[in-house]
Ligand binder design. Structure first.
Ligand SMILES: Nc1ncnc2c1ncn2[C@@H]1O[C@H](COP(=O)(O)OP(=O)(O)OP(=O)(O)O)[C@@H](O)[C@H]1O
Length: 886
């Protein structure tokens, strides 16, 4: 690519809908390009910018920013900037137009330019182009775009949440499914759908350090989403390219610790993210000094997803204050929030008798955490394995200060014996601290020669991931992973069936998190939970409270933290004095547990279940995903694409192909296709069974790039073919035209929902009669055959003038078609937006949880769509000339 200069005009190869861009900054390794038609600004790396230089040629028509057009007679260039000299079309005045003054809208007709230049493609490329434009239109119109290519089982509770939340204007919600039910997956689906539809563009994910890499990998593997990890070092490097380091990438993951560091908080605030995801959000502590920075960030970003399986882990008030982060107006008063909960039971009874989904929406929308919080439970989903609890009482022991504790602690003997007895089974051991992990590792090595994998806060991120991989490895992996408490959150260990609790936390939610490492989606077997403990230890004190008081080992327990709050003083005292808990306290815990559970079951749980998943709607979403995935068509299209573009493809089995760039690949590169090739499948189940196989769907970047190449680039845009039809005179000819109606609009307006790519096919015979209604493309395809380049060029030379006249007349018809079609789009869009706005306004009267910003966002979208529809473009996408030669 030539040297970039400020003022030069470029089209985005990947986002042509942005209109014509202008370089506004070209320093160092980055470029800033402004797209005035859509108001978007993009920052690219100068080396890999997906930009096509926009340069007009002599005899072509240009358009000035003031609206008039001119025909180019001469081009000059100075310091990289092209100046066009020509005549104005309206008054024939001579004009000199530097490229900086060109209109931001491009009425691109590359097909016409190529036809005039005598360029023609092969028939099969033309046919593929026509197919691609149909597929692109379907994908843009799909209500489940973005959800088609997720490499997951299609689970109703996840898809319901994903679609409901992703389609909100500015979603601000708490995803609080019970531990291990797929909150990360739901968040990934929401991100993918919003990025696909354009509703979000700049996404920031905040996670505990120990989960950064897992998120990065899950997003890549399950959603084909590429995020970048940012830490101090990365920010310092990025500062060289941009004043605000976060502006150098669109999709970023940072750690919670990093978010709290004041050094970057201002830059984060100013980085204009539009979607913020905070995982393990129960750690956001209102009493912590850094909370105000978090609050500011949550306020600055319009979309916010908080994720936690244990929202009340740090107490009910903390939960309320996190709800406040989502919507400070709705959750303004803790006391009235608590008061409201007293009426959940009546409300749930009322809700259960409602059959009309809209009415149910209305009812749930008005109360409690309705629109804001989504919580699915194992009990409602079903199909989870059982948990078996094995407490192992061991002798009391006195620590000898001269010896390491592990030389005498009876739990170590038990552990060694357990490992020996269960050689073929892996076990996850969780204890409180990193020191304990190190000691245990030493003990296993010294006493039994066992090389144990470890996971604790003293290790670097890479060391932790390496260690988790060593544990997971089936062949020569470690039989046990020794984890400190940081391993008890978020990590995926469902391939393990044995959990060893080396100690017990006092917070029941932490215990639930620990068990959740194994008891999560994908767990195939029952889970065995072991608790080796010595008589008289803290564990011996806590055990009956957990087991008899709330059955916490074998059942998921949402009210554990509340129970702890009720008895915290007594429990802490008993631990301090090393005395067992009284029978009375155990009885009280049991009673209270039963009462609260009952109370929740009748009220809150029912309401939350109704909000978290509507099975009928979820089934419809799944059906639609199956329908719109249309895998057979996709496979045919992609294989044909590979064949035409010189990408080798080899069938591996019924569902898998190996593809790699061929020696004569027609494009430099394709997103997601490495030089040494890749195995792909179009089948979801195959993709789930084969980790190393890429799942290609209409959402996949490689498929999207293929569609883009065939619709926005020149491939197949002009074609000359031969007809063999004895029923019509030899030498008669036909001109087939495909016009596309393009409406550039800001991505966030998601215009394609109302106005997916539309094309108009016209077919003229040599006498100028329009025959598209009588003669289909398929019929012509059956009779058409390839002709060589030389003959094609001769035909074009002969028919250039009459063809140009017909194209001109086709353009008039296409403009009329576009006009009426966009009128319809405008009506549909206005009706739908008005309807949505009225619904929210009505709701807001009854329920303050409907935020004004949501309603304003609809206003904004309406304005953008209306103004975009006033500036449509018409593009001649493809031209085919067919000459009869029977
Ligand atoms: N639909 C699905 N298809 C296949 N695997 C899934 C699906 N949903 C979740 N999983 C897997 O189940 C495990 C748990 O999912 P995930 O990590 O999203 O749960 P979570 O609710 O975020 O967990 P935690 O509460 O521990 O943070 C992960 O390994 C995930 O990849």
């Amino acid at each position: 690519m030539s040297e970039f200069r400020v003022g030069q005009r470029y089209l985005s190869e990947t986002e042509t809908e942005l209109g014509l861009g202008m370089i506004t900054q070209a320093e160092g390794r980055h470029l800033t390009v402004m797209f005035p038609a859509t108001g978007e600004v993009r920052l690219y790396s100068a080396q890999e910018a997906p930009l096509a230089r926009y340069q007009l040629q002599v005899q072509q028509q240009g358009k000035h920013a003031d609206g008039w057009s001119f025909t180019i007679q001469e081009l000059t260039e100075s310091q990289g900037i092209v100046t066009y000299h020509g005549l104005r079309d309206d008054n024939q005045e001579s004009v000199v137009v530097p490229e900086t003054q060109l209109s931001h809208q491009v009425d691109s007709n590359p097909a016409l330019t190529r036809l005039l230049a005598g360029q023609a493609d092969r028939l099969d490329m033309y046919q593929l182009r026509c197919e691609a434009s149909e597929h692109l239109a379907h994908h843009q119109a799909s209500e489940v775009a973005g959800l088609l290519g997720v490499r997951t089982h299609l689970l109703p509770h996840q898809l319901y949440i994903a679609k409901t939340v992703a389609d909100r204007y500015h979603p601000r919600v708490l995803l609080a499914d019970e531990v291990g039910l797929g909150k990360t997956i739901e968040a990934g689906m929401i991100i993918k759908r919003r990025l696909t539809t354009g509703r979000s563009q700049r996404v920031l994910i905040v996670v505990p350090e120990s989960l950064m890499h897992q998120w990065l990998v899950e997003l890549r593997r399950r959603f084909a989403l590429n995020f970048t990890l940012f830490d101090d070092e990365r920010c310092e490097q990025a500062e060289a390219d941009s004043e605000n380091p976060f502006l150098t990438e669109q999709h970023i993951i940072i750690s919670s610790r990093f978010m709290h560091e004041s050094r970057w908080s201002q830059a984060l605030l100013e980085a204009e993210f539009d979607l913020l995801i905070i995982d393990e959000a129960h750690h956001l502590q209102p009493s912590a000094p850094e909370f105000s920075a978090v609050k500011n960030l949550c306020e600055a970003v319009p979309g916010l997803l908080l994720l936690t399986a244990t929202p009340e882990q740090e107490g009910a008030e903390g939960h309320f204050q996190r709800l406040q982060l989502l919507d400070p107006d709705r959750f303004s008063n803790f006391a009235s929030f608590q008061k409201e909960q007293a009426h959940y039971k009546e409300l749930a009874e009322q809700a259960e008798s409602v059959t009309d989904p809209a009415e149910l929406d209305d009812l749930l929308d008005k109360h409690g955490t309705g629109r804001v919080m989504f919580r699915n439970r194992r009990a409602d989903i079903g199909g989870f394995p059982s948990r078996h609890f094995h407490p192992v009482e061991l002798d009391e022991f006195e620590a000898d200060e001269d010896m390491p504790w592990w030389m005498e602690d009876p739990r170590i003997d038990w552990l060694l014996d357990h490992i020996k007895q269960n050689r073929s089974e892996k076990a996850l051991l969780i204890c409180k601290t990193a020191e304990q992990v190190l000691d245990l590792s030493e003990a296993l090595r010294v006493l039994a020669g066992v090389q144990a994998a470890t996971f604790h806060e003293g290790m670097t991120l890479t060391e932790r991931d390496r260690s988790a991989a060593f544990f997971a490895s089936e062949e020569d992996g470690s039989p046990i992973l020794l984890c400190s408490e940081i391993g008890s959150e978020g990590r995926n260990f469902q391939f393990v069936h044995q959990l060893i609790l080396f100690d017990l936390p006092t917070n029941p939610d932490l215990l639930e998190q620990r068990i959740g490492r194994l008891d999560r989606i994908g767990q195939q077997q029952d889970i065995d939970i072991y608790l080796p403990y010595s008589k008289g230890s803290t564990e011996a004190i806590l055990l009956p409270w957990y087991e008899q008081g709330m059955n916490a080992f074998t059942q998921c327990n949402a009210i554990g933290r509340k129970l702890y709050d009720a008895f915290a003083a007594e429990i802490e005292q008993a631990i301090a004095e090393q005395q067992p808990l009284s029978t009375e306290l155990l009885e009280q815990t049991k009673e209270l547990h039963k009462t609260w559970l009952e109370h929740n079951r009748e009220g809150q749980d029912k309401l939350q279940a109704l909000n978290a998943c509507r099975p009928e709607t979820a089934e419809k979403i799944i059906e639609q995903i199956h329908r719109d995935s249309d895998t057979d068509t996709l496979a045919d299209f992609m294989i044909a694409f590979c064949d035409r573009f010189g990408i080798n493809n080899e069938v591996l089995d019924e569902e898998r192909w190996f593809i790699r760039p061929g020696e004569h690949m027609r494009i430099g590169s394709l997103p997601g296709l490495p030089d040494d090739g890749i195995t792909v499948t179009f089948d979801r189940i195959t993709a789930l069974n084969f980790e190393d196989t890429d799942f290609l769907s209409w959402d996949h970047p490689m498929v999207q790039a293929a569609l883009e190449l065939l619709t926005a680039d020149d491939f197949g845009s002009t074609c000359v073919a031969e007809l063999k039809n004895p029923a019509i005179p030899a030498g008669s000819w036909f001109l087939e035209l495909d016009f596309a109606s393009i409406v550039p609009a800001p991505k966030a307006a998601a215009l394609q929902e109302f106005c997916p790519l539309k094309s108009l096919r016209l077919l003229f015979n040599g006498q100028g009669q329009e025959l598209s209604a009588k003669v289909s493309r398929e019929l012509l395809d059956q009779q058409a055959s390839f002709i060589d380049k030389k003959t094609a060029r001769q035909v074009l030379r002969q028919l250039r003038e009459p063809a140009q006249k017909l194209i001109h007349s086709g353009q008039q018809q296409a403009r009329d078609w576009q006009h009426s079609q966009l009128e319809q789009v405008k009506q549909n869009a206005l009706n739908a937006l008005q309807h949505e706005q009225n619904r929210l306004l009505e709701l807001q009267k009854k329920n303050p949880s409907v935020r004004t910003s949501e309603i304003e966002a609809i206003d904004w979208r309406e304005k953008q769509i209306t103004s975009a529809l006033e500036r449509p473009q018409l593009s001649l996408q493809a031209v085919r000339i067919l000459v009869n030669n029977h």
